[in-house]
Design a protein around this ligand. Sequence first.
Ligand code: SAH
Length: 510
Amino acid sequence: MTNKPGKVYLIGAGPGDPGLLTIKAKECIEEADVVVYDYLASPFLLEYAARDAQVIYVGKKGGDHTLTQDKINQLLVDKAKQGLSVARLKGGDPFVFGRGGEEAQELLSHGVSYEVVPGVTSAISAPAYAGIPVTHRDHTSFVSFITGHEDPTKETSSMQWDLFARSNATLVFLMGVKNLENIANRLMENGKPADTPVALVRWGTTSRQQTVTGTLETIVDRVRKAGLKSPAIIVVGHVVSLRDELAWFDRKPLFGKRIVITRARAQASDLVSRLNRLGAHCIEIPTIQIQTPEDISPMEEAIARIKDYQWLVFTSVNGVKFFFDTLFAMGKDVRTLGHLKFACIGPVTKERLADFGIISDILPETFRAESVVEAFTGQDIKGKKVLLPRARLARTVLPEELAKMGALVDEVTAYETLLDDSGREPLITMLKDKEIHAVTFTSSSTVSNFMSLLTKEDGPGLLKDVSIASIGPITSDTARSLGLEPDIEADPYTIPGLVDALLDHYREKP
Ligand code: SAH
């Protein structure tokens, strides 16, 4: 027990697109000791939580409650009374059909202080991402948020169907998918024209967004045919007709494409965010873990003798990162490196080096080791000592070619790449269910590790209908050697190049 009073933040986590979290919500998550979240809050947001924060899932999907509301309330009270700062994440906005009001009252009755951080509610944002403005001067002057959960046949219904039917309001029903038929019938019985436009938007604002439109008369059938289920927003009103003109999100070039990312998690974010922005649904199945080598003494010894070297060559951002980690851990700084010339493979490695205030003297045009060799032509390298910090078991082309030019090359292991097989099970299930459109490979080791996840299965067979996207010719060769023919190859051999190649591919074969 501490004396510091605890506090609960009732936070709106937004509707699903991680970009729709508020800045205040992000700060609260970052500072929280405990993060409590449920089904509708995007798991992406947990990445903002501190490493040592307790993260508790309290469930709730339809009637399938992981913790009852009473237990959730008790949990919030208990944690706050221990002096902890609790971030209670709720989908959308906490005070819009989120039981945020009840939780606040409960906290109040136990003398626990709280704050409310409003969020972007799905009631507005799911329609917006489907191209439906909930108000529009030509169509409606007001909008209602209505629970669709209440059984409309209930005798003591508080639902004012006659009012809903009479008004020209946009009606937004939450939690209503199961009751759709009743909702449509009740509105028509009470005089709402059968041709009133209706839309359902499932998993709005996410790359899984699905929209079905119709009229009060046709919607039930269309939703059934589309197999659309909860969670979805139901919008009833003339504004729905604006979707034809205003749809934007589901017109993105990669919308609905489910793309597997095989890079190490820490390195995947650039690729993931570029693909997300184009509407793709990224599934991260990291195949590589990047680690400090078990024995760092060769790296330390090389740094201790750095005055003996004339060149420092980096072939990856990891090489840069782990080299500088070791340098700084030894109590040295970049002044130690003032006498050296630098070479970096690829623009991203160069940028990472620039983060440390160093401009690379040589930047080979492409990612291939062969082109580094070309770039060294014209440099005075004969008889010079070159330090090459890189992955254990990296390709030998580069040191061999440099040696041929007369350089004295010392390779040191800066980091190790290990197989990450944590994603094996979900991967196989998704492949069997044909839920994946493309797999991206950003290095030879992502291909070989990925294929080794499928060893006990028929790898090439499972990938038959999946587009294989490779970052460049070397990665493609590795894929071919394992029985996979790439459908897509990047040029230039970079992440933006890979994204462009995917775009071209789907432009041709939507
Ligand atoms: N507090 C939440 C609503 C919680 S009630 C908010 O402000 O958004 C749960 C209902 O919200 C679901 O049944 C569904 O109708 C709706 N919902 C939540 N997230 C959604 C999403 N991403 N897309 C469509 N509907 C969503």
